[in-house]
Write a protein that binds this ligand. Structure first.
Ligand SMILES: Cc1cc2nc3c(=O)[nH]c(=O)nc-3n(C[C@H](O)[C@H](O)[C@H](O)COP(=O)(O)OP(=O)(O)OC[C@H]3O[C@@H](n4cnc5c(N)ncnc54)[C@H](O)[C@@H]3O)c2cc1C
Length: 537
């Protein structure tokens, strides 16, 4: 392996420690106040962003041995920035200066051997290790919540950020796990290649994080999850390095890669992967179709998902979501369609998709097929700005968060209506205000959609996290009742454990505990996520 000795990418140095993305892009106080005014009942002034220098961090309980000391930091800025992920409840707790979950040390391995050494030391010293890509988890994936260990190290992989090798013939690349989306794509671009995996968190999340959480990219059909792009994985486990063969496909028993995909840092540290690449698309077109009836729109999307036309984008925004993004009139649902190809023009395919939508009662906006559509562009910029707006609303004590799922088409309309109705009631009970519960379909499959819900309601200052937890727990109950998954792409982490424990079959849970025991016998890797040690049940 070629070892990386790079310094942290510039984008990480300027990252917000408490909220999303680049610190400089956080909304100023006046804009927070103006935004808060759009949510009647919210606070009139923004919560101040605390100065880390004035915050109390827990005492550092463990010190690294001299050989590892150069890789570790117990600086308050590092510990604060690695305390939480980027869920709403993380942002609110950070804004409130609650850093009680801060790790004792933050490790920045420069080589794979550093990872091996850190895990060896941690197992001997009973120190928990929480693998950390860019900390964009929204499910408590990087926050230690136990008290079973002598200390906690956040293992930040961001210095392992290189594309190490490109196999042009097989169209694949060997990439280190700590590479952020933009750095990874920048290294592939000169070769005319792309991984073509663009989660909304693309700028501030890593390949290793995507693999460990089975992330979902932007594209609505075909290769939705990162899983399908993996050729082989290299994983440092506490009992040795697991490297799978590079293969385009294989029927040789259960897949070793599938064991580690979605393992969320509990079974090993992914250090690199051979990833399948694609030629960069040269032909693109998008269109927007309006629907007066959300159920007709769902039927259209189902027809499209089952048509074999595989649009790159097929986002259905319900009326609330479309209004929020500023792309429709009152009461209208919006379907944003996009097609791409590296090889041939896509106008005809887009026209076929638009016809299918029209056949189900949709009205295409005037822009003709074959061009980039204005509403699609507006939606895209709103989409990328959304996390910064979420943080601004959080500062105004607005309860604002999302949850996502997937279910089969036969259940989708009822799930949509039930979530909107029942969760709407719960939002009213918990916050005392109507609030909004909106939905978009982020990914669609021939047998079902992945609905993604957004809740916005005024909160009570100081109670925001408790209020959201109550709303979320009802949301999880509704999903379970409908046979829908606790997550389509946000992962399990710590927040989805109760629902995940109910969802997975017991023999599988038993096997997972045994795997955990075999690969991580000291139980140091990301404790509390996915599965508890065998003895703990
Ligand atoms: C604004 C916003 C938008 C988002 N949009 C999307 C989206 O479109 N699609 C989507 O799927 N998710 C999305 N997410 C969630 C999040 O970005 C993903 O879960 C992402 O895959 C996490 O990557 P990361 O590098 O930040 O990992 P982290 O948050 O650092 O870690 C996530 C989990 O993976 C483990 N882990 C990280 N790196 C490694 C490694 N090298 N080896 C082993 N375990 C590791 C961690 O221990 C943790 O359990 C979004 C989050 C936010 C805040």
């Amino acid at each position: 392996m070629t070892d990386s000795t790079s310094t942290p990418p510039a984008s990480l140095a300027s990252r917000s420690w408490w909220g999303w993305g680049a610190a400089a892009q956080a909304l100023p106080d006046a804009e927070c106040t103006a935004l808060g005014a759009l949510v009647p009942g919210s606070a009139s002034t923004p919560l101040p962003v605390p100065d880390i220098a004035h915050l109390e961090l827990p005492r550092v309980r463990v010190e690294p041995p001299p050989a590892l000391a150069p890789l570790m930091s117990a600086a308050p800025e590092d510990r604060a920035a690695h305390t939480y992920g980027k869920a709403y409840r993380d942002v609110v707790r950070a804004l409130n200066g609650d850093l009680s979950a801060a790790p004792d040390q933050v490790a920045h391995p420069r080589t794979e051997q550093d990872v091996v050494d850190i895990l060896g030391w941690a197992a001997d010293e009973d120190v928990a290790v929480v693998p950390y890509g860019a900390g964009s988890s929204v499910v408590g994936g990087v926050e230690y919540r136990e008290d079973r260990h002598r200390g906690v190290v956040s293992l930040d992989l961001s210095r392992l950020d290189r594309v190490l090798e490109i196999d042009r013939v097989s169209r694949a690349a060997r990439i280190q796990a700590g590479a952020l989306g933009p750095a990874l794509e920048a290294q592939l671009r000169p070769h005319g290649l792309t991984l073509r995996h663009f989660p909304q968190s693309f700028e501030f999340s890593t390949l290793g994080g995507w693999l460990a959480t089975r992330a979902g990219g932007h594209y609505a059909t075909l290769y939705t999850h990162i899983d399908d792009l993996v050729e082989s994985l290299r994983v440092v486990t506490p009992v040795g390095i697991n490297e799978s063969l590079r293969l385009p496909g294989s029927g040789a028993g259960p897949s070793p890669d599938r064991l580690f995909l979605g393992s969320e840092g509990t079974l090993g540290v992914i250090t690199e992967a051979w990833m399948r690449l694609q030629d960069r698309p040269r032909h693109k077109a998008s269109a927007t179709v309006l629907f007066g009836d959300i159920h007709a729109a769902m039927d259209a999307v189902r027809a499209i998902a089952q048509s074999g036309l595989h649009p790159a984008n097929c986002r259905l925004l319900d009326p609330g979501e479309a209004a929020l993004a500023g792309v429709a009139r009152d009461g209208e649902s919006v379907l944003v369609l996009g097609v791409e190809s590296a090889h041939s023009p896509v106008g005809e395919r887009l026209a076929e998709l638009v016809t299918l939508a029209r056949d189900h009662g949709g009205s295409p906006t005037p822009t003709g097929p074959g061009t980039e559509d204005a509403a699609a562009g507006t939606w895209r910029s709103a989409f990328l700005r959304m996390p910064y707006l979420r943080d601004a609303l959080a500062r105004m004590s607005v309860v604002t968060e999302t949850f996502e799922t997937a279910c089969t088409w036969d259940r989708a309309p009822d799930l949509y209506e039930t979530v909107r109705r029942r969760l709407g009631d719960v939002v009213r009970e918990v916050t005392g205000a109507a609030g909004t519960v909106n939905c978009r379909f982020t990914h669609v499959y021939p047998d079902g959609p992945a609905p993604y819900f957004t809740v916005i309601a005024p909160g009570r200052r100081g109670d925001e996290v408790a209020m959201w937890d109550e709303i979320k727990s009802e949301a999880m109950r509704i999903l379970t009742d409908h046979g829908a998954t606790v997550t389509h792409h946000h992962a399990v982490g710590r927040d989805h454990r109760p629902g995940y424990d109910r969802q997975r079959p017991e023999p599988f849970a038993h096997a997972l505990r045994a795997v955990k025991q075999a690969l991580d016998p000291a139980g140091i890797l990301n404790p509390g996520v996915l599965v508890d040690p065998a003895a703990a049940g």
